[in-house]
Design a protein around this ligand. Sequence first.
Ligand code: PLP
Length: 508
Amino acid sequence: MSVVISRREEPLRSATECDESDTSTGTHLRLAAMSVLLREPCVAFFGALDRRIHRDKKAANMTANPSVSSTVTTLSDWAARDLRCLWHPFTQQAEWQPLVIVAGDGNHLIDEHGQRYLDGVSSLWANLHGHRHPRLNQAIAKQLDQLAHSTLLGLSHPASIELGERLVALAPPGLSRVFYSDSGSTSVEVALKMAFQFHQHGGDTKRQRFLALHNAYHGDTLGSVSVGGIDLFHRLFAPLLFHTERVDPSLPALEAAFAIHGSTLAAFVVEPLVQGAAGMLLQPPGFLRRARELCDQHGVLLIADEVATGFGRTGTMFACEQVGVAPDFLCVAKGLSGGYLPLAATLTTEPIYQRFLGRRSDLKTFFHGHTFTGNPLGCAAAIASLQVFEEEQVLASLPSKIATLRAALATELGSHRHVREVRQCGLMVGIELGQNRSHSFPSELAIGARVCEQVRRHGVILRPLGDVVVLLPPLSITHEELLQLVCATRRALDEVLASLLSRDGQTP
Ligand SMILES: Cc1ncc(COP(=O)(O)O)c(C=O)c1O
């Protein structure tokens, strides 16, 4: 198979909802200071890295750093045992090469051979402040000494109450009630069921449908898959799913969808600003605000799925804030516990909560709850994570990091001939690879997966979405590490392309 090479000068990028927040006053100063590095970031970065590796190796007399190491070819004991008994999520087991992580250290993961990797996707978009953060570790240990678990079904515990208060104080206005669960998928299930039941209680019984975006991803349970729209993951399950109306993320399409379906919709469910798992697709300016208006006009509830975007990923605590939108439901998970423990929450408003009140015999109760809903250890980690936001001024540190990342991406990948588009919203990035600007690579080449395998040799862990390479580092990533992330990605891409071309007898 031959790979067609084409030239491209300008990065492809159109106006998006996310642009409203991507400038900061400190940015230009910071960029000026980093200009030498940014002019030739990879040369500068890897030059410095190679020197440091040399020094570290001499000092510690250790085996090589991953950026210069060879691939481990024989299976370790752990890897062999894994292959005998485990089944990994979203993983083709027949082609999988185990990598066993035994420790975390700040923004790095460490494998069983002692090799360190920058955690370029925050351990599946979850980790916020780095691994083994003392504040979170201590909070969990303290909670463990008191209570590891007790149910929230009919009982309560202090950590859930304190976290609930903090979330209400942080969330967009009007969201005053917190319902816990344990994953992003369940936080969405809860919102869908609450929205449905809300209308049933109100006598608006024809509102049984949901509106969702094409290519949406809201989780893997059947309700969240029903409002999802990623063919590759969801098509097979179609007979098991409830019908959902679909709309493209464009203002005219949204208006038309509400005009047609407005009177039968229970809710519109949307990832605000950026559709993560769809490949970091950015929404057009004004999209979420118009969605809020249309929901209000048509009596439809708005569910904001901030499982991926919440807790600083887009540059503000919640993505909704950037466009001044308060949803009727806010779904959070992943970063809620700092990325430490399975914890999720669905926040909603007082009018929605009130509609579920009555006597037991009225059967207005929300009959939904998971065993580990609001687990105390998870809540303790989440409280500590929110304290870290304050103590380390995490949100204030983000604009300059976002700018560093943007500049490095533009320099290294913006006009790369095999990058179709670089999409960035805060510290969430999708680098879409292709033969050229308008053609994707043949899917059987699995370029995205190859790049993410190759980048491990440069000390970085990434995970692709098809041929979109995702960069989604912890908020605690340093400016130097951001450059490492981008440069390693660029190097890995070039190496993969070079190996494909030489295999085909072409020169890169
Ligand atoms: C926007 C969004 N919603 C829901 C989910 C599902 O979260 P979980 O994997 O915790 O169930 C994800 C996961 O990536 C997500 O990105």
